[in-house]
Design a protein around this ligand. Structure first.
Ligand code: CA
Length: 226
């Protein structure tokens, strides 16, 4: 599990990171709103611990932009104790849970575990864009009713693009999720391009319609052929 901590009290953020590390959870930290949002959008996190009071952009603004960009990372908001408005506002904007400050570390850990477990108990449905269908349970892929044979990496890559259909998926996000690699520029992006090409040959070319779009200088997007 990988968690992003967006909290401007640096000492407090460090204590949280250390505590999570002791429970086998990797973290990254950001200390203001804009850099937190940038980090949240450039990598895949299982959960984000998001403080409400942040410089630059507050937690609500970060959350709003995060959801608008298609991120479905679990978000735990740190609110001021007793502020009912904060809690309701956060949940309305798509936070998964909130935790009033101050809190004991155990409670943060329990809530993080609860919100990251949630997606797995939800029934998985068939993912679709246009006439392309992918079933995460049976690992079957079909386009226009025809079965398509994919390698494991191709399948994981296509599923990742499908879960974020209509939004731009960056090279860094793909490398992180599909290959579990950090993006260092240059060479790394080749492997993504190669696999996108494999996918296009199987998913797009035989059907004479391109669902996998290249977003120049950024990454890729899966969407209906315009
Ligand atoms: Ca704060």
């Amino acid at each position: 599990m990988k968690v992003l901590i967006i909290e401007d009290e640096i000492k407090f953020a460090r204590i949280l990171a250390q505590g999570l590390k002791e429970h086998g959870i990797n973290t990254e930290s950001a200390f203001d709103g804009p850099s937190g949002l940038e980090k949240a959008l450039s990598r895949v996190f299982d959960a984000i611990v998001l403080d409400v009071m942040l410089p630059g952009k507050n937690g609500f603004e970060v959350l709003k932009e995060l959801r608008a960009s298609g991120s479905n990372a679990a978000v735990l908001m740190l609110t001021a104790r007793g502020s009912v408005e904060d809690r309701i506002h956060g949940l309305n904007l798509g936070a998964d849970d909130y935790l009033p400050k101050p809190f004991v570390f155990k409670e943060l850990l329990a809530r993080l575990q609860a919100i990251t477990r949630r997606p797995q108990v939800e029934p998985q449905t068939v993912l679709k864009v246009a006439d392309l269908e992918l079933d995460p349970r049976t690992r079957e892929v079909r386009r226009a009713g025809q079965a398509i044979d994919l390698s494991i990496k191709e399948f994981v890559l296509l599923e990742f693009l499908l879960r974020r259909k209509g939004t731009v998926v960056t090279l860094a996000m793909i490398l992180d999720h599909v290959w579990n690699m950090d993006y260092s520029g240059g060479e790394d992006s080749n492997v993504v391009a190669v696999y996108i090409n494999y996918l296009r040959k199987k998913v797009d070319k035989p059907f004479h319609s391109n669902l996998i779009q290249t977003i120049r200088g950024t990454g890729y997007m899966l969407r209906e052929d315009a």
